[in-house]
Structure formats: C-alpha cells, structure tokens
Design a protein around this ligand. Sequence first.
Ligand code: A2P
Length: 324
Amino acid sequence: MSKINVNLPTGAAMPALGFGTWQATDEELESALNNALECGYRHIDTALVYENEAVIGKVLKQWLDSGRLKREDLFVVTKLPPSGNHPCLVRKFFTQSLDALQLEYLDLYLIHTPFAFKYVEGNLHPTNEDGEFLVDINTDHIAIWREMEKLQDEGLAKAIGLSNFNERQIKRICDNARVKPSNLQVELHVYFQQRPLVEFCKQRNITITAYSPLGSRGITSFMKKLGFDRDFPDLLSNPVILEIAKKYGKSAGQILLRHIVQRGIAAIPKSTNQERMKQNIDIFDFELSPEDITKVDNLDLGEDGRVCDFAFFKGLNKHPEFPF
Ligand code: A2P
C-alpha cells in the first residue's frame, strides 16, 4: 500500500504523515532530519517560534543541491509567530522564515495562533516583570488574513491556513476571505479526536493536520519542565491501543497514527529517535478494520482530552481571541 496524501483545495498533495520538529534541538535536528529524509519523510513541519528553521534550511539545501531531492518532492510548512499577528509584520516574518529555510516558496504558511503578542524587536515571547505575556488585544484576523492572501497570490506560499483557531474564528475568516484557508493545524489525537471541529472544516473544504498525534507527549514533557503538575494520560500505554497493536503486529504509536490518517487527517509526530521516526512513517501497509476503528473512536474524551490549552503562557487567557 503506498503512502497517502491529503489533498488541499489548491490541488497540492500534502503527505499525510509529516515530520514534526517542535522541541528538537539544533544538534539533534540536523541528524534527525537527515534520517527522516532517508526514511522517506517529505512533509516537514516547523514554525518560526521553534527557532530551528535555519538548521532545517541547511539540511534541505544539502539535499536539494546534491540532487537527492527536488523542491517539488518536498512539502514544507512553517508558521507566523504570535508576535507577528499584525498586518504590517506578516511579510517581514514570512521572509525571515523563507530566508532561514533557504527556500523560494513555502508549501503551506499558517497563522500559528489566533492571539497576538506585542511586537518587541528580538523577543518572540515578551513578558512583563510578573512573567505575564505582553498581549496585543487589537488583533484583527481579517487584516492579517489579507496579508496572507497576498503571499499566496504571489506564489510565495502555495497555500495558507490557520493553527489553533476555533470554529468562530475560522468561520469569520472564511466569511471574509478571498482566498480560503487550505488547512487547520490543531492538537488532535485519540483522546482528543476533535470530531465537531473536523466536521466543521470538512464542510468548508479545509484540510486538517494533527499536532501532538501521539497524545501530546511533547507538550507533556514541556509543561512538566515548566512546573505544571498535571496528570497527563499516556496514550501509548492504553490497553485498547496495546491490544490492537498486538493484533496487527504494530506498535502503539503506529496504531495511533494510522487511526488519524485513516480519517483523512495528516499527522506530524515529532521524533529525533531513528527507530521511532521509522516506525511512525511505516503505517501504510495495513488498515484498521471498521471494528477496530470503532474501538479507538470510543477512546475519545472530547474537550477533556485537550492537553495544549496554552496555560503555560501566563496571562494569555486575557486576550479577546484566546481560542479555548
Ligand atoms: P523521541 O523524539 O525521543 O522519539 P507528540 O508529537 O505527540 O508530542 O510526541 C512527540 C514525543 O513522543 C517526543 O517526545 C518523541 O520522543 C515521542 N515519540 C515519537 N514517536 C514515538 C513513538 N512511536 N513511540 C513512543 N514515543 C514516541
């Protein structure tokens, strides 16, 4: 069975299984991305705030210059940072990402979050002395979107989309957009299947990408490091998942990812471990049966399954566009 794509309304094909890069250090990422490209990953997901675009650009350039890859083989996604959520800053941050990635265009450019930070030169996460984020409460999604549309018009971004937006915010953009969003990237995994939001986007021809598809292991460790003492469920050791994994001779991670991809949703697991990254993309030689899909569907906790509620950004819920 060959690899599956998710087709964007622009006509572009986005590989359903992508390589997530949040929280990978530069040293890890250089060899990890080389390994990922060797294993067949072609969809690479990053963001300006991950501060790793330069190393990604370096590796991609080596592959492109050597002829091992053609630009059209790749699907590269990056995102406008929260401090770039001001119409006059969209192009500046886009160009910064494009330059760091050493590319002439992006396959998909997303607005990373619906809320905005104040723009402070050289500081992507500005806070006051109490550690509260300096939010800019005058965020105008429509004006920002107009600037995003220009990037697509000019062919600099082949497609544009949103991340972490809620239904109300997406609807408002759709109702006012000349160029509709092609993709929404949100937290999505077996405990948080995002059924209503996925259905809402399907009706508007917006494709979905699942971040934290393995149950937010990355966010969990990030929040633990910041001192958040929450009890995070471990999807990878869920007995239903383990039982299904055993039946198919696959790992728990592969079952979790296959369930997402079989819903027509793209997934971008992050792994810098060669064995796990290989496993994560090796999910195209089996199909979950309808009975097993139902078993996994039933693990959905709805809103209670959300891990990434941005609680780690102190003071953020004061922003009028806080999405949750
Ligand atoms: P590592 O990079 O050491 O593989 P998520 O994208 O849901 O946040 O998950 C990413 C986290 O899960 C990373 O900590 C990653 O660690 C780990 N991980 C990635 N793939 C797998 C897998 N197949 N099984 C178990 N853990 C995984």
